[in-house]
Design a protein around this ligand. Structure first.
Ligand SMILES: Cc1ncc(COP(=O)(O)O)c(C=O)c1O
Length: 419
């Protein structure tokens, strides 16, 4: 069974989903399908139905499923040493850290901390920001600013910087002295910085494209303005590139896009795509001074810098380089956005995004029904908001894949019921 036709009835799938629900916490809702295996941009469920995957494990499977170089690198490392404790080091870990510093264009003296997820990457950055805040020696507590609609993860620290009230408020009180400022409002940001009744700002944390909020890009002027405010007020700028990083938007990191004119973070966090499907994340602190605030014992994790993850990361970055995937990301992204704009589906109001992180804005809030319809017709997309479908295919996506996805998207009925 191939994409673009109605898929086979789900038999094994339904049974396994019942079993899943018996034994798993219900934090993710009912799974859409039980997947079995993938190859490149395609994935198959346990009943043998095939899907073109335009979600890629939420921007994780950057080089697609089962890329031979990735499989070979992971198998080789697994046969050598899957894990060593942090009392020891390994070659892949050292090489990956050096490579990431180079790709980020971080200055001499910059250092990497590895963790296992996006939330952990941001925990590390926020903890470093807190240590930095202490150096400001203010009698009033220092603050950390995050943006409205921002998403930084679900652990307690990262959640304190995550805006969406329904996911944050049940866990309050969280880490104190976090404040939220509307995105793209530089005056509000300035006013928050200059609030004389309060302590200094230690850091601002923000995404350049707010992925979980519906792929909402920040304005260039705003990003430049925040950088200037941080510099002026001696605050650190943390750019969360968990979703946008490692080539997803057509440059290694989204802060490197040309029209930003060289905005540089003080810390950048990454995860998702970095190891092509192996759980890994981390943070780069720019420059010696900031990096030096973490000393032995201040932070850590058993799996940090795990050699299997590092080998997967090196293989992933190697494939992105060798196969010219940054260029492919730019070109296929352009093709996808143009295809959607021109496909004539009356359900589509707008398409926004950069590289291969995009969202279609719908004329009415039926994203779940639209996602289900696409799935039943062999295309995986994501209802990221009630009126937005997120498209984040692997960076290895081909011209033909994009044409096929657009053909399916063009047929989504415009009269689907609202979520
Ligand atoms: C921008 C951003 N930061 C952090 C996270 C959290 O990453 P994880 O789910 O790996 O903890 C996400 C996840 O969607 C994200 O998009």
């Amino acid at each position: 069974m191939t994409a673009e036709t109605d898929n086979e009835p789900l038999e094994v799938d339904d049974e396994l989903i019942d079993e899943y629900e018996d034994v798993h916490m219900h934090v993710f809702g009912t799974p859409l399908r039980v997947l079995d295996h993938g190859q490149g941009t395609h994935v198959w469920d346990v009943d043998g139905n095939e899907y073109l995957d335009f979600l890629a494990g939420i921007a994780v499977n950057s080089i697609g499923y089962a890329h031979p170089k990735w499989v070979e690198a992971v198998a080789r490392q697994a046969g050598q040493a899957a894990h060593v404790s942090n009392y020891f080091a390994t070659r892949p870990q050292i090489e990956l850290a050096r490579k990431l510093i180079e790709l980020a264009g971080a200055p001499e003296g910059s250092h990497v901390y590895f963790g296992n997820s996006g939330a952990e990457a941001n925990e590390a950055a926020l903890k470093l920001a807190k240590l930095y805040g202490r150096t400001l020696n203010s009698s009033k507590p220092y603050r950390i600013i995050a943006l409205e609609h921002g998403f930084h993860g679900r652990t307690m620290g990262a959640l304190s910087a995550t805006w969406k009230p329904v996911i944050r408020e049940p866990f309050e009180p969280l880490v104190p002295n976090f404040e939220f400022v509307p995105a793209n409002n530089i005056e509000a940001m300035r006013a928050t910085f200059e609030d004389e009744g309060k302590g200094p700002v230690a850091a601002v944390i923000m995404e350049l494209i707010q992925g979980e909020a519906g792929v909402l890009p920040l304005n260039v002027d705003f990003v430049q303005g925040v950088r200037e405010l941080c510099t002026e007020h001696h605050a650190k700028l943390i750019i969360d590139e968990v979703q946008t990083g490692i080539g997803r938007t057509g440059t290694w990191f989204a802060f490197q896009r040309e029209d930003l004119g060289g905005v540089t973070p003080d810390m950048v966090t990454f995860a998702k795509g970095v190891a092509g499907g192996f759980p890994m994340g981390g943070m780069i602190a720019f420059g010696e001074e900031l990096s030096a605030l973490f000393s032995p014992g201040t932070h850590g994790s058993t799996f940090a810098g795990n050699p299997l993850g590092a080998a997967a990361g090196l293989a992933t970055i190697g494939v992105i380089e060798d196969e010219g995937l940054l260029k492919n990301t730019q070109e296929r992204g352009e093709q996808l956005r143009n295809g959607i704009r021109e496909c004539g589906n009356p359900l589509f109001e707008q398409v926004r995004g950069r590289g291969l992180l995009n969202a279609i804005v719908l004329t009415h809030p039926c994203a779940h029904a639209a996602m289900e319809w696409a799935l039943a017709h062999g295309l995986i997309v994501n209802a990221v908001a009630p009126n937005a479908l997120r498209l984040a295919p692997p960076l290895v996506v081909t011209e033909q894949d994009i044409d096929q996805a657009v053909r399916i998207l063009a047929q989504i009925p415009s009269n689907l019921s609202d979520d």
